[in-house]
Ligand binder design. Structure first.
Ligand SMILES: Nc1ncnc2c1ncn2[C@@H]1O[C@H](COP(=O)(O)OP(=O)(O)OP(=O)(O)O)[C@@H](O)[C@H]1O
Ligand SMILES: [Mg+2]
Length: 238
């Protein structure tokens, strides 16, 4: 079976005089877990925002599930974002609502037909359903935000640095949730600097480098390339 894809062709993105993406090409199968890596400021978040139409490229084409994201009117973009929600960095829940009610915010009928509870259960959060965000730890909060993104039964999930700023335990809880999301058949694309998690979870790695894709392949190949004395880091600068 051919997987749906996120395809970017000839993408140029500038802000003022700065060219952030410079002819970037990427055809990413939406299956399993994909890590997007790259230096700070390389354009990883810009890439995510282009993928769901929150930003428009200066040149090039963006296709998600075969749809021309860069040309879709806002109404159709909302429908597309329900198929591939994008979770930005930082807090995402309302502190005064229970986790269950927070999840149901994404789709109020899901509160009545039990899908919001199922989404929490699917990420191992049933015991926390009636707690409010300040009453649980940051890893559980992030997991609940992921559950909320799952309530509309998307095909893919985009996450921007879901573990940045979390301690190892909380990050572990989030990474475990990603594994569960994958097991539910939802593709995960995440921006992350968590290299131990990458080695453990990534089905593929995309590196954004100098405005283009520096690497697209499996985690092992990426780790080998990054090892001192081998691959890119072992070469003298030319
Ligand atoms: N709306 C904007 N206006 C102007 N410049 C922007 C805007 N969004 C991003 N940039 C610039 O584009 C570059 C890439 O930004 P981006 O946020 O994609 O980086 P990143 O790879 O996600 O970095 P980080 O790892 O720090 O999150 C940065 O230099 C940033 O300052
Ligand atoms: Mg970023």
């Amino acid at each position: 079976m051919k997987h749906p894809t996120l395809a970017l062709t000839g993408i140029v993105k500038r802000f003022g005089d700065a060219t952030i993406l410079d002819g970037l090409q990427l055809e990413l199968p939406l299956s399993g877990i994909t890590f997007i890596v790259g230096q700070s400021g390389s354009g990883k978040s810009v890439l995510c925002r282009l993928a769901v139409g929150l930003l428009k490229p200066d040149a090039g084409e963006v296709r998600l599930f075969g749809e021309r994201v860069d040309r879709l009117p806002e109404r159709r973009l909302s429908a597309l974002r329900a198929r591939a929600p994008y979770l930005v960095q930082g807090p995402a829940l309302l502190d005064w609502l229970s986790l269950l009610d927070n999840v149901a915010l994404a789709d109020p009928p899901s509160r009545r037909d039990g899908r919001a509870a199922q989404a929490l259960d699917g990420l191992g959060l049933s015991a926390f359903a009636h707690r409010r965000p300040p009453e649980v730890g940051p890893g559980i909060r992030k997991r609940a935000a992921i559950a909320r993104a799952l309530v509309l039964r998307p095909e893919a999930l985009l996450l921007d640095e879901p573990t940045t700023g979390l301690d190892r335990e909380a990050a572990g809880q989030v990474n475990d949730a990603l594994d569960r999301v994958r097991a539910q058949g939802v593709a995960v694309v995440l921006v992350s600097h968590d290299y131990p998690a990458l080695a453990q979870l990534a089905d593929r790695v995309v590196e954004v480098k100098a405005g283009v894709i520096g690497y697209l392949g499996d985690a092992r190949g990426f780790s080998e390339m990054m090892q001192p004395g081998r691959g890119r880091h072992g070469r003298e600068p030319s």
